[in-house]
Design a protein around this ligand. Structure first.
Ligand code: GTP
Length: 481
């Protein structure tokens, strides 16, 4: 029995600017009493700023809920009676399993922690400060530009770059889908004059000009956490300042008061004031990308019927049009069997030249790269009755070529073939010919519109995903003569 869940459009890539909270300022205060007429230092340290943390979660499906700018809270200021400022709240952002991080700017995501509620010792002077106090000379940048280390346990995936050219191989000029459709699709506006394609292209252009460190970290386990921007350290209150100077046998003076009977020079007092200011939280710019978007990728030329098929498989209602490229971003459907749950992605139609980034080819191919198995969706009716299209076996050849041009081995994944639009007049004969020309993989005749052949296809997909069927398709398996 199948349980079918609703389909939705997914966001699989997002740029994120993260900023840790600034540290709170330390307090300069003196408690005076009858016995302590000169006053005793009692100013507390500022609280540490919060971190921005990414947490891997099963409950998150894609990156659509992620904001572009995420700031953690600043730490509270220290107060008299040696009260420490509150620690700024961390900002924990849930991301899906398989989120890969690319670093555009800032510190390496460094710390993997299970919980953000680590008890903070308010009396502790941060290492960096301790060193500065006893070391050479304090500089504010020491706080704000603290360089993190990559966690050794962090899994570094080997994903190929998403913007790089995969191949320089030329392909023949494309004549299957007319240029008018292509340009109308590219110009299609999806609201406020900005098309999704424009938005994606802008992002890719922007990225090409940047120096990006790809795949610096990956979130694979639910509950796994990575700090992407650190909170600044709190400034020192005069209690901590006087203790530190005492320890280091420095003689200092604030110009007006004697602290613990230690004489302090006036010029040194100015240095002290900078130590009381909390440091800025670190900032980073990242690109988050989903490594794996689905178990099954529906791959086909525009108009082959992929969206309709996804709807038939998952009772979803993706956008379906009578023109090419109805789908600009992958739609996802979930197909749950008794013992297995399978995600199916309707990947935007590929065209000849996609590997050269024609028609947003790279973006589309990147989606395919992140599916486990492939279902080639062919349009049996494309070449019928003098239509402009090419026969299904040639569609198959073109699809395999595009995958191979983009990334050698991409077409080597387990696959099956969906022969769609079997209901059209003359399609049965084309299907018979397809069967005689294509060997090695299962071929399912389907009418996605009427949902005919869909149960058998579901069984085929199940076998593919569970590994019972591991057949893949190469050009050698297609008889093109
Ligand atoms: N006769 C017939 N038409 C179909 C069938 N499946 C889909 N269509 C039609 O084919 C056209 C394209 O369908 P889509 O599902 O949008 O195709 P697509 O492959 O997702 O297209 P892109 O998103 O542009 O890549 C629509 O007009 C569908 O109604 C089918 O089984 N039989």
């Amino acid at each position: 029995m199948y349980f079918l869940l609703k389909e939705r459009t997914m966001v699989d890539r997002r740029r994120l600017c993260a900023k840790g909270g600034d540290g709170g300022n330390g307090c300069i205060s003196f408690h005076k009493s009858r016995h302590e007429r000169r006053g005793k230092a009692d100013g507390g340290n500022g609280g540490k700023g919060g971190d921005v943390i990414l947490e891997c979660s099963r409950t998150i499906w894609d990156l659509s809920s992620l904001q572009h700018h995420i700031n953690a809270k600043r730490g509270g200021h220290g107060t008299s009676k040696n009260k420490i400022g509150t620690r700024g709240d961390d900002k924990v952002v849930l991301v899906p399993i398989g989120t890969v991080l690319h670093l555009v700017e800032g510190d390496m995501p460094s710390v993997v922690r299970k919980s953000s509620s680590e008890p903070l010792n308010p009396w502790e002077i941060p290492d960096t400060l301790e060193n500065d106090l006893h070391g050479s000379f304090y500089k504010e940048s020491t706080f704000s530009k603290k360089k993190g280390n990559v966690n050794k346990d962090m899994k570094i995936p080997k994903l190929s770059s998403s913007t790089g050219n995969k191949s320089t191989v030329d392909s023949e000029s494309f004549d299957f889908y007319d240029e008018e459709k292509m340009s109308s699709w590219e110009a299609r506006v999806t609201g406020n004059g900005v098309s999704e394609s424009d938005e994606m292209e802008d992002t890719e252009d922007e990225e090409e000009e940047e120096h990006i460190e790809y795949n610096v970290a990956e979130l694979t386990e639910p509950g796994q956490r990575i700090v992407v921007a650190h909170g600044g350290e709190g400034g020192l209150g005069n209690v901590s300042l006087s203790k530190s100077y005492k320890n280091s046998n420095h003689k200092k003076h604030d110009g007006l008061e004697k602290v613990d009977n230690i004489e302090l020079e006036e010029d040194e007092a100015e240095d002290n004031s900078s130590l009381t200011i909390g440091s800025s939280g670190s900032e980073s710019v990242l690109i988050l990308e989903l490594k794996s978007i689905a178990d099954v990728g529906l791959v086909g030329m525009p108009n082959a019927g992929k969206s309709t098929l996804l709807g038939a498989l998952s009772k979803a209602q993706p956008r379906i049009g009578h023109y090419a490229f109805t789908t600009l971003r992958p739609n996802l459907g979930k197909l749950t069997y008794d013992d297995l749950s399978v995600t199916v992605a309707d990947i935007p139609g590929l065209i000849k030249g996609a590997h050269e980034n024609r028609g947003l080819g790279h973006a589309f191919l990147r989606h395919i790269e992140r599916t486990r198995v492939l279902a080639y969706v062919l349009d049996l009716a494309a070449a019928l009755d003098g239509r402009k299209g090419v026969p299904p076996w040639e569609q198959l050849r073109d699809l395999i070529l595009e995958l191979e041009f983009y990334d050698e081995g991409l077409s080597g994944r387990p696959a099956l073939v969906v022969a769609n639009k079997i209901d059209e007049a003359g399609a049965e004969e084309v299907y018979d010919e397809l069967r005689s020309r294509v060997r090695g993989v299962n071929i399912f005749p389907v009418c996605a519109v009427l949902e005919e052949g869909v149960p058998e296809l579901k069984d085929g997909l199940r076998m593919l995903v569970s590994g019972e069927d591991s057949n893949s398709l190469t050009l050698d398996d297609i008889d093109l003569d």
